[in-house]
Design a protein around this ligand. Structure first.
Ligand code: C2O
Length: 580
């Protein structure tokens, strides 16, 4: 795909290296530990346009936390009882009265939109209503005529509110603007005027969108006086659902939106690998392989899937989980109109909520989180960190009341009163077929250079490299690509294969496919972004029948803008502990 096609779904900031959290028990830590923590905090730095982080060593996390403690009032005195609570730093909900301009997060252009919500003084701590019957969200390609009629009527009424009372927070544009305000820099982090509040590219991704859809759904139900109404999900992970659902493609319907890529209307199939191939069969199997890889095969830790920690005082966008950067981004990019300046509507955060299909897409993203929690893999499924659980957002509910909600209350969607219509999940067993014949390392490694001779590596062409394993044969191991330095303003994608003989980059449904690195363009001070990825190899070894080799050949296949990527290092390590 063309590089500019992803140019508008962006993040305002970028992490240059992962944050390390200061000890949660600093008062009892040894001085040497404190020094280590402080050093770590200072070494890592996130670049953020519009911020004041000119001097990373003066703006590290420890300083911010000390500042917070000094302010005192930001935490109740009761919270100072224990160390860990005193240092608790969940992201707080924004202050609506301080809402500002929205910007395009790549160009920093001020956008021609006021996406600030109505201001109210009264904020209610939200209590989930008791659940009597679960609302069941249907797959969009399987809905009945009655359902379509209800859905259309609900959206018609929501759109009517825009005209009848533009300040009604339940109106269609007001609802769309929630996404803009939380994602394009209109809201600051409370207490940090120089830090945007950003709900993407971190562990807040799933919880924020779950709450957003929860209220959206209840508002629609209220408008048609049907509390059982539930949003449909776009079942793009199942071959039957891989077209844009047809209910959204009828001109004249309130569900229709003209701001979409016209070449992707039905019967085009969504391409979750964004590899721009025309063979439908290959698209379907690639999609299955992408799903299996991002949900199961490459995931070694809870945060690999959920996204990186994002706490009070942190720069936004510390890092996406495998699902967010995979199928989620792909659907946004695939639907947005490449002829629009910012790929509106779905291709840019500020406008995504103007396309009803957004809510249907996110209902499936939400379903992926739900499915992930039920997978019987050895990775813990839930983040237990209080800074995650206590993070909070503000939304208007179906009765126009402003409510404060917490992440902790949205972990189990059944407690929120809904579930998903069950369809089969074909990718669940889409472990690629085992290789028919064992690859002899001697046959594929001749002429292949060692990592130390090739790296740092500029990825302008397909590159094969010999990498030593940490143990012999089928060990539980992780492939680490380190210090991947990219031009942050470019859409970057490359795929990784192990012991592959043919280098057919169009085929992802095979044992040798280890995973994908993808980067959505975003803004940074110096245009450079540095990150690492971990790809788990345990299953892959079994499927390629690794024997007792102590070396593998890794093939790196650039798909988009490889010349803008330099990979600092490559190594294989024993699988780290799978903790949350
Ligand atoms: Cu908030 Cu899919 O974006």
């Amino acid at each position: 795909m063309a590089p500019q096609t992803m140019a508008s779904l962006q993040y305002s900031c970028t992490v240059l290296a992962a944050h390390s959290r200061p000890s949660s028990k600093p008062f009892s830590a040894k001085p040497s530990q404190l020094a280590t923590d402080a050093r770590r905090s200072h070494r890592f730095h996130v670049s953020c346009n519009g911020g004041t982080n000119q001097n990373p060593s003066a703006e590290g996390r420890v300083d911010r936390r000390n500042l917070l403690l000094g302010l005192g009032g930001l935490y109740g005195t009761a919270n100072l009882v224990s160390d860990s609570q005193a240092y608790a730093a969940p992201i707080e909900p924004p202050e609506f009265k301080n809402c500002g301009v929205a910007r395009d997060v790549q160009t920093n252009d001020i956008l021609d939109v006021n996406c600030c919500p109505p201001v109210t003084d009264k904020i209610i701590d939200y209590k989930l209503p008791p659940v009597t019957n679960l609302r069941i969200r249907p797959a969009a390609h399987r809905v009945s005529k009655e359902y379509i009629a209800k859905f259309e009527e609900a959206i018609r009424r929501m759109k009517a509110l825009d005209k009848d009372d533009p300040t009604d927070p339940r109106g269609f544009m007001q609802q769309a603007n929630i996404h803009c305000a939380y994602c394009n820099g209109a809201h600051d982090q409370v207490g940090f005027k120089d830090l945007d509040l950003q709900v993407h590219n971190s562990w807040l991704f799933f919880p924020f969108h779950r709450w957003y859809l929860f209220f959206y759904e209840r508002i629609l139900g209220k408008l048609i006086d049907d509390p059982t109404f539930s949003l449909p999900y776009w079942n793009w992970d199942n071959p039957k659902g891989m077209q844009m659902p047809r209910i959204f493609d009828k001109t004249g319907s309130p569900l229709y939106n003209v701001n979409r890529d016209q070449t992707h209307r039905p019967p085009a199939l969504i391409d979750l690998s964004l590899s721009n191939i025309s063979d439908d069969l290959q698209v379907v199997v690639n999609n299955q392989s992408v799903m299996y890889n991002e949900m199961i095969r490459s995931v070694n830790s809870t945060l690999d899937f959920m996204g990186k920690p994002y706490r009070k005082g942190d720069n936004p966008s510390p890092g996406m989980g495998s699902s967010e950067r995979g199928s989620h981004v792909a659907a946004h990019v695939w639907v947005g109109d490449p002829n629009n300046k910012y790929r509106e509507d779905m291709g840019n955060f500020y406008s995504a909520g103007r396309d009803i299909l957004f809510y249907c897409h996110h209902a499936n993203v939400d379903r992926m989180w739900s499915i992930w929690r039920t997978l019987k893999t050895d990775v813990p499924k839930d983040i237990t960190d209080p800074d995650y659980l206590n993070a909070a957002f503000l939304f208007y509910d179906e009765n126009k009341q402003l409510v404060r909600v917490k992440v902790a209350d949205c972990i189990d969607h059944k407690k929120m009163g809904y579930d998903f219509d069950k369809v089969d999940i074909p990718w669940l067993n889409y472990r690629p077929p085992k290789k028919a014949a064992k690859t002899k390392i001697q046959n594929i490694s001749s002429g292949v250079q060692k990592a130390e001779d090739l790296f740092p590596l500029n990825l302008k062409k397909i590159t094969r490299v010999l990498v030593p394993k940490s143990g012999k044969g089928k060990a539980d191991e992780v492939l680490v690509l380190e210090n991947i330095e990219t031009d942050a303003t470019q859409y970057i994608k490359f795929d990784v294969f192990v012991n592959d003989e043919d280098d057919n980059a169009k085929e992802l449904d095979k044992a040798e496919y280890a995973g994908t690195f993808a980067q959505v363009p975003h803004k940074t001070k110096n245009k450079k972004d540095i990150s690492n990825i971990n790809l788990r190899l345990t299953e892959l070894y079994e499927d390629i029948d690794i024997d007792d080799d102590d070396t593998v050949v890794v093939t790196l296949v650039p798909r988009s803008n490889g010349e803008d990527v330099t990979i600092g290092g490559i190594k294989i390590i024993p699988s780290p502990p799978k903790s949350a």
